[in-house]
Design a protein around this ligand. Structure first.
Ligand code: M6R
Length: 609
């Protein structure tokens, strides 16, 4: 949700800022801007639209200088426009600010500053920050930013430059992610590691209420109270290539094809050598702790929530612990009954989703233990949870989540087995059998991916429709919800996911001649019932695409088209059946000419509530 990048060094900053923003564009892409300290003072250029618009303007009239800040925006306060883009300045044009997050008390601050003579030009909350800093400036930008931050409420990450102290770049973090890249004779700030990875692998991850002062040769870390902090450098060990498209047309496609690797990496050493057990050493609960769990809450947003729906079935079936699932934005406000014996599992690819983080804090406030399933080491969620199961999917850049979702499923399988082993709710033979099936998944996903061309053809057919339905029972229903979200998100086709048995209670009225219905029928115990539901929609003229198990000739007779997945245990089918749905969404979006990696109105990391 908005991307920040900053540079102080010896090189031309404009190029570094633009290249960094390209890596962050997934965070927001309705407008972009840079401020560079030039020989004529601070100069700002910003433009509505994709980064390419700004890049071309800078190509025509570059801003030359070796210190600068840049921003790519996802609008909250004020529509996307040139004037609402960041960086924002004060009236003297001597202070420039980039911001990610929301300043909740900006109206009160704005009124106060207007009364003092400040003139505002944008509709944003951010503009208040540059004016406030200018108003409070006392000759020391670090001290001034500290004072300004104390006046602001909300969640934010900031990058601040002033012409008065042009050698310094000040960065602040309060509940929105920010990292510092440490180079030689140059230093960087970024909302996320890929923004700076081309230049350095050494980073500091700022915590909430911390700030950094960067000059060309030094980085000072301190609290917003001004107390210096010493922190070990975090060395990034993944490659820039994993954050690049590597020959694929889109990040989403690349990430879909990376799933076999993501499965292998997420299982990794967690399946012990003999293959007979799960070793989830990062979950530091003793056997007694596990026996003390009365119930589990799984809380997350969007696709991560859909992984949680599968997680619920996995844990209940394997470990026989009652599980509730909640959308994080609702969790806090429904006064959930959280006991110290409740285990709360939060799931978040980015580890920075504001609602998920708030749910985590709510759980901790009630004394619950929190396990985080996240893809980002050192993220806020990872740092605040008691235990962290990292999904080793590698950086996920496309806004539509794919490999992160399936890696979250793997994490749930591992956790479910771990709890079940500890509680003795399943036999050792069943653990071994499940592990063997898990180990086969990567190769089975590869086989699903081989059907890419056929799925593309189906996608081109459905791309001409405006309404579509996904149906399924049990775990198929959980996957249907994810398939439907994926399709909506990037193809903009309206779709709904329904529990197959629920159709006749209203939704069946929407089925008419030619309406596409994607029917998942991978749960053998529910197969007959699902086929009956498929017949109900067929009888009303639906065009049905079935997702079936290999060798399932019975389903073929009841549907118009079939995509098959290899046979596995019923519990593990979501890790395979979602893959054709991801491809279907991808190719449908492509057929409609959409920007697959950056769908309209969305952003990758949602750091506002
Ligand atoms: O980073 P998170 O997993 O916490 O993000 C949660 C959702 O915003 C995210 O899954 C969103 O639904 C995806 N864009 C869906 O593809």
């Amino acid at each position: 949700m908005c991307g920040i990048v900053g540079y102080v060094g010896k090189r031309d900053s404009q190029e570094i800022l633009i290249e960094g923003l390209k890596k962050l564009e997934y965070r927001g892409y309705d407008s972009a801007g840079v401020a560079v300290y030039t020989d004529k003072g601070l100069a700002v250029k910003k433009a509505k639209g994709r980064l390419a618009v700004l890049e071309s303007q800078l190509g025509e009239s570059p801003l030359r200088g070796t210190i600068g800040i840049g921003h790519t925006r996802w609008a909250t306060h004020g529509k996307p426009s040139d004037v609402n883009s960041h960086p924002h300045t004060d009236n003297s044009l001597k202070f420039s600010v980039v911001h990610n997050g929301i300043i909740e008390n900006y109206i009160a601050l704005k009124e106060e500053l207007i009364a003092k003579g400040h003139r505002f030009v944008s509709e944003t909350d951010t503009e208040v920050i540059s004016h406030l800093i200018a108003d409070l400036y006392d000759g020391d930008i670090v001290r001034t930013v500290q004072r300004a931050v104390k006046r602001m409420t909300g969640a934010f990450a900031l990058g601040v430059l002033t012409e008065h102290e042009p050698e310094k770049l000040v960065a602040v973090r309060l509940a929105s992610p920010l990292i510092i890249g440490v180079g030689e004779g140059e230093n960087f700030i970024g909302s996320d590691i890929p923004a700076i990875l081309e230049h350095t692998r050494n980073v500091y991850i700022l915590n909430d209420n911390e700030m950094a002062v960067l000059t060309r040769d030094a980085v000072e870390l301190m609290t917003i109270e001004g107390n210096f902090i010493s922190r070990e450098i975090f060395h990034v060990d993944w490659d820039i290539m994993t954050a690049e498209k590597a020959g694929f047309d889109h990040f989403m496609l690349k990430e879909i094809y990376e799933q076999p690797k993501a499965y292998r990496d997420t299982m990794g050493a967690r399946l012990n050598v003999a293959g007979s057990g799960v070793e989830l050493n990062e979950v530091k609960m003793s056997a007694e702790d596990v026996r003390g769990i009365s119930n589990i809450h799984i809380v997350a947003c969007g696709t991560a929530y859909h992984a949680g729906l599968v997680g619920k079935s996995v844990i209940e079936r394997l470990a026989r612990i009652p599980v509730e699932t909640d959308v994080a934005s609702e969790y806090r406000y429904r006064s959930p009954i959280i006991k110290p014996s409740t285990l709360v599992i939060v799931v978040s690819q980015s580890g920075e989703t504001a609602d998920t983080l708030a749910a985590l804090r709510e759980a901790k406030r009630h004394g619950a233990r929190v396990i985080a399933i996240t893809n980002v080491v050192g993220s806020s969620v990872a740092r605040e949870a008691d235990d962290v199961i990292t999904t080793w999917a590698g950086p996920e850049i496309a806004v539509a989540s794919t490999k992160a979702y399936t890696s979250q499923l793997i994490a749930f399988y591992l956790l479910g087995l771990h709890l079940a082993q500890t509680l003795g709710t399943i036999e050792a033979a069943e653990v071994a059998h499940t592990i063997a099936a898990l180990k086969s998944l990567p190769e089975q996903v590869e086989r699903v991916l081989e059907q890419g061309a056929a799925i593309k053809e189906l996608a081109e057919q459905i791309a001409t429709h405006e309404d579509l339905f996904f149906i399924g029972r049990g775990l198929d229903y959980a996957v249907a919800q994810e398939g439907s979200l994926k399709l909506k998100e990037i193809s903009y086709i309206h779709s709904e996911a329904y529990a197959s048995g629920e159709l006749k209670h209203g939704t069946l009225a929407l089925i008419e001649d030619g309406v596409p219905v994607i029917a998942l029928a991978t749960q053998e115990d529910l197969f007959e019932k699902t086929v009956s539901n498929i017949k109900e929609v067929k009888a009303r003229g639906a065009y049905v695409i079935g997702i079936a198990l290999e060798g399932d000739d019975e389903l073929r007779k009841s549907v118009d088209q079939v995509v098959t997945i290899p046979r596995t245990l019923g519990l593990l089918t979501p890790a395979l059946s979602v893959v054709p749905l991801q491809l279907l969404a991808y190719y449908a979006a492509l057929a409609r000419g959409n920007d697959v990696d950056k769908p309209r109105n969305l952003a990758k990391s949602v750091t506002v509530e």
